[in-house]
Design a protein around this ligand. Structure first.
Ligand SMILES: [Zn+2]
Length: 64
């Protein structure tokens, strides 16, 4: 097995978890939010969640 270990791998997994959390928060919002569903566009909350997801993804990319 080649399970990565050490502080760098742990850091990478932490960043991944942040990205996943931010992504599912965004998805869960768009599923639950009426204006996101009916208008097919991001409402204010969805925009913030999407930005948080993008920022987390950028950070993970730079860290990885
Ligand atoms: Zn919404």
């Amino acid at each position: 097995m080649h399970e990565p270990s050490g502080p760098l791998a742990a850091q990478h997994r932490a960043e991944d978890a942040i990205v996943q959390t931010a992504y599912s928060a965004f998805i869960q919002h768009t599923v639950a939010c009426t204006s996101c569903r009916t208008e097919g566009m991001d409402c204010g909350d969805a925009g913030e969640l999407r930005q948080a997801y993008r920022a987390a993804k950028e950070r993970a990319k730079q860290a990885g």
